[in-house]
Design a protein around this ligand. Structure first.
Ligand code: GLC
Length: 542
């Protein structure tokens, strides 16, 4: 694509395709590339700029595909490399760019490298590509240190010869040793493999976890990054400063292609540290988890928005905005609860949620997100207003969190339920009639299908389509101008240059709209120029 569109990523709206749950072309109950290809026109019509596809590589699916056993192929349940190539070409023909998910922190335990490491035994070169260590205690029966795994339990698993290996996630996801040149060389080559096939970029899984302190010291009570007086991070495995060497190397690879290839970081780091990942010679953008996790309240939102814009402006990077993804409770459900932010699963799972309220707020949040300068992410189904499915039968749960937490945390399956496309009974067009989706869909999704939404002018889908159309058509959206205007407590009002205003009322009181403005788009009814609670509007000054 031409140089004129080289900066597309700075303001791109990127649609996240959780491929297992998007569309099932062959009727085996799992989404696939054939299904995705059949829905590309829907995505083009929605008006997004790119898609990001969650891992589609061969994998035992111990963690939904974030356990990769071959980085250069497609899981047979999703299709073939030839299907992938066709999909990429079709997406490009529709003006959609394609971003893949790369999982460089860990492989699957079924990856040939890990199998070779197990077979080769302690002290072998094969083991050095991972983080194998002897245990502590007289007989080595205690883990080498006190690190814990993100899904629960210790971060170490013992193998039959007595050594232990590190896994910051599930035991089926052994961490790679990023101090090993072969690991660098391999992942460099994997990036090139897909770039050569035509993909436009990568979302980097657990970007903040790849570098480890080689001494693997105990964590003690440290939960997150620990900054020294010099501003260095001393946490032994999150957000270490040496991780940036990897990304400089990756950036040089991307920049070796004549057209722009981009990276987006999944980096859960302290505010202020994210900019380090987005320096000129590193990654292009990063998810804004502070925004996703923020309660839907004017004060905290304003703070996060300011911090995001100014923090990243320091390195010349655009902010991004995101409300939901495949790891978090869908925001319709969150916004219908008493506490609207994200805390720990133990605090929030199952908290009562008023879906009508959550939907009203989700509509307002969509107009807020899509009016902000920079990029935005839409998680599949949010444009249909889907809520979290919180009552999946326990026997259906597949997220490793459920088992690893001793059945105390249900995990992330509730936001991964297959998409309802049409009709009035499951599988709602997700797959052919009578196919059985890998997670059961609620019966009331009849009202949430893309078909029903397309026929309803007041649907969430129509709101997203209208917003994305205006985002492209109205010149004020093309720049990165942004300034706050004074407004009453509990409300947010900002201008995007050339008289384009976004007004969000999160207070308990109705908010009179400014004079001499036309309403371009509203998230709910606006009568007599009064903006009700939990409503947002885009205005153009006369
Ligand atoms: C990221 C992914 C999540 C996965 C984890 C381990 O956080 O988004 O789904 O479980 O990494 O790869």
């Amino acid at each position: 694509m031409s140089n004129a569109t080289d900066n597309w990523w700075r303001s791109a709206v990127i649609y996240q395709v959780y491929i297992r749950s998007f569309a099932d072309g062959d009727g085996d109950g799992t989404g696939d590339i054939a299904g995705l290809r059949s829905r590309l026109p829907y995505l083009a019509e929605l008006g997004v700029d790119a898609i990001w596809i969650n891992p589609w590589y061969p994998s035992p699916l111990a963690d939904g595909g974030y356990d990769v056993s071959d980085y250069r192929d497609i899981h047979p349940t999703y299709g073939t490399l030839a299907d992938a190539e066709k999909m990429i070409a079709e997406a490009h023909a529709l003006g959609l760019r394609v971003i893949l998910d790369i999982v460089p922190n860990h492989t699957s335990d079924q990856h040939p490298w890990f199998q070779q490491a197990l077979a080769a035994g302690p002290g072998s070169p094969e083991r050095r590509r991972y983080l194998f260590r002897d245990g502590r205690g007289e007989d080595g029966s205690l883990p080498p240190n006190d690190w814990h795994a993100a899904f629960g339990g210790p971060a170490w698993t013992r193998v039959p010869d007595g050594q232990w290996y590190l896994h910051l996630f599930a035991p089926e996801q052994p961490d790679l040793n990023w101090d090993h040149p072969a690991v660098h060389a391999e992942l460099d080559d994997v990036l090139r493999f897909w770039f050569d096939l035509g993909v436009d970029g990568f979302r980097i899984d657990v970007a903040h976890g790849m570098a480890k302190d080689p001494a693997l010291p105990d964590l003690g009570l440290t939960e997150f990054s620990v900054l020294t007086a010099e501003g260095q991070n001393d946490h032994p495995h999150w957000d270490r400063d040496s991780v940036h060497d990897i990304f400089r190397r990756w950036r040089a690879i991307a920049d070796g292609y004549p057209d722009r290839r981009v990276f987006v970081a999944e980096a859960h780091v302290r505010p202020g540290r994210l900019a380090h990942y987005l320096r000129d010679d590193e990654l292009h953008t990063a998810f804004n988890f502070d925004f996703l996790k923020c309660p839907l309240e004017a004060g905290p939102l304003r703070e996060v928005i300011d911090r995001s814009i100014t923090g990243l402006a320091a390195v010349g990077a655009p902010p991004t905005w995101v409300l939901s993804n495949h790891d978090e409770t869908r925001h319709v459900t969150r916004y219908g609860r008493a506490y609207t932010g994200v805390r720990s699963a133990l605090l929030d799972q199952g908290a009562p949620s008023d879906h009508a309220l959550g939907t009203r707020r989700a509509r307002a949040a969509a107009l807020l997100m899509l009016a902000l300068p920079g990029g935005a992410y839409i998680y599949q189904g949010e444009e249909l207003g889907l809520y979290e499915v919180e009552d999946l039968p326990e026997t259906a749960l597949q997220d490793p969190t459920w088992e690893r937490s001793g059945h105390t945390i249900r995990g992330r399956d509730g936001c991964r339920v297959p998409i309802p496309w049409l009709g009035t009974t499951p599988p709602f067009g997700f797959g052919p009639p009578r196919s059985v989706p890998w997670l059961p869909q609620p019966q009331d999704w009849t009202a949430y299908t893309a078909e029903a939404a397309s026929a309803d002018p007041a649907s969430m889908l129509q709101l997203y389509r209208a917003a994305l159309r205006l985002r492209r058509a109205v010149p004020a959206f093309t720049g990165e101008a942004f300034s706050w205007l004074d407004s009453p407590q509990g409300t947010l009002v900002f201008e995007r240059g050339a008289g384009l205003l976004c007004v969000v009322n999160l207070s308990d009181l109705p908010l009179p709209l400014p004079d001499a403005c036309q309403v371009l788009l509203a998230s709910g009814p606006v009568d007599d120029r009064i903006l009700p609670t939990d409503t947002a509007v885009w205005l153009q000054r006369d």
